[in-house]
Write a protein that binds this ligand. Structure first.
Ligand code: PAF
Length: 288
C-alpha cells in the first residue's frame, strides 16, 4: 500500500476490501437471502443461517420473469405472500424487500442489460432451460446492487445455481461472501421445493425416488465404482422405470461442474426429471 499526498493507493483487491471494511467500522454486517417466495423450511433454514452470521437480515421475495422460459410456470408459480410475511416476521427478519416487476425491469425485459456466466450456465440444467441462468445471474446481481449485503445465502438444492452465483461474484469482483446451505428434506428424503406443491398424490409418492437413486449412486461410487458413463445410462433408465420422464443424470466435479478427471476428489451427482409437467431436481455431493 502506498500513501501519496494523503491518498492511499492499493493494487490488490484484498487490501482494497480491508480498507473498505475499516471505513464501515461501527456499521452492522448485513446478510441477504433472495427468494421467489412460497417459503418452506428450506428457505427458513437459509434465514436462520443468515441470522447466525449477521446482525441484520434482509430477505427478498421476487418471482423473476427473466429466469422463466416461454413454456414454464411463471404465471402458475405459487404466491403465498401473507403466509411468507408471517413466517419471516416470526424469525425476526429485519427487512423484507418485495419489489415490483416494473421497478426491477423499468426499461422492459427486452431492453434489460444482462449478466451471463458462460460455460457453467449452458450445461446440465442450463442445457434444458436456455436463458435460465442468465435470468438468475441478472436478478441476483441487481438485488446485490440494491441490498449491498456483506454476505448472501443460497440452498445447495440448486447446486448449479450456487456455482453460477459464486462464479459471477468472482468474475465481477463483487464484495460479498456466498454461503451454500445444505438441502432441507421431507421425512421421505424429497428435497423441499416450492414446485413440490404441484405434485398430485401419485406423483408425490414417486418423487423421493430421485433422491433414493442418486443416493444409491453415491454409495456405489464410495465403494469404488468408476464406470461413470455406464452408471449414468443405467440410472437414467432406472429413473424412467420408477415413473419419471428423465431429463438428466450426471456426475460432475463439485468445484467446476465439468466432467470429473482422475484427480477430482469431490464429486456431485445431479439428477432432474419430470413428473407430469413438474420438474424435480436434486443432487448429492460425494467425496472419494
Ligand atoms: O432460487 C431462487 O429462488 C431464485 O432462483 C433466486 C436465487 C431467488 C433468483 O430469482
Amino acid at each position: 500500500m502506498q500513501l501519496v499526498d494523503g491518498m492511499q493507493i492499493v493494487s490488490d483487491i484484498q487490501s482494497l476490501r480491508e480498507l473498505r471494511r475499516e471505513w464501515q467500522t461501527g456499521k452492522q454486517a448485513i446478510a441477504f437471502v433472495p427468494t421467489m417466495g412460497n417459503l418452506h423450511n428450506g428457505h427458513l433454514k437459509l434465514v436462520k443461517e443468515a441470522k447466525k452470521h449477521a446482525s441484520k437480515v434482509v430477505v427478498s421475495i421476487f418471482v423473476n420473469p427473466l429466469q422463466f422460459g416461454p413454456d414454464e410456470d411463471l404465471d402458475a408459480y405459487p404466491r403465498t405472500m401473507e403466509q411468507d410475511k408471517a413466517s419471516l416476521a416470526e424469525l425476526g427478519v429485519d427487512v423484507l424487500f418485495m419489489p415490483k416487476v416494473e421497478d426491477i425491469y423499468s426499461r422492459g425485459l427486452e431492453q434489460q442489460t444482462f449478466v451471463e456466466v458462460p460455460g457453467l450456465s449452458y450445461m446440465i440444467c442450463g442445457a434444458s432451460r436456455p436463458g435460465h441462468f442468465r435470468g438468475v445471474a441478472t436478478i441476483v446481481c441487481k438485488l446485490f446492487n440494491m441490498v449491498q449485503p456483506n454476505m448472501a445465502f443460497f440452498g445447495e438444492k440448486d447446486f448449479q445455481q450456487l456455482q453460477v452465483i459464486k462464479a459471477m461474484v468472482t468474475d465481477l469482483s463483487m464484495n460479498l461472501t456466498i454461503h451454500g446451505v445444505p438441502t432441507e428434506r421431507e421425512a421421505d428424503g424429497l428435497a423441499m421445493s416450492s414446485r413440490n406443491n404441484y405434485l398430485n398424490e401419485e406423483q408425490r409418492e414417486i418423487a423421493p425416488g430421485l433422491y433414493q437413486l442418486i443416493s444409491n449412486m453415491a454409495v456405489e461410487i464410495k465403494s469404488g465404482r468408476r464406470d461413470f458413463s455406464i452408471m449414468i445410462q443405467e440410472y437414467r433408465l432406472r429413473l424412467a422405470s420408477i415413473g419419471f420422464k428423465p431429463d438428466y443424470i450426471d456426475i460432475r466435479s463439485a468445484s467446476s461442474l465439468l466432467q470429473p478427471s482422475h484427480e477430482d476428489k469431490e464429486l456431485v451427482i445431479l439428477g432432474a426429471g419430470f413428473l407430469g409437467k413438474t420438474r424435480i431436481i436434486d443432487n448429492i455431493q460425494v467425496e472419494i
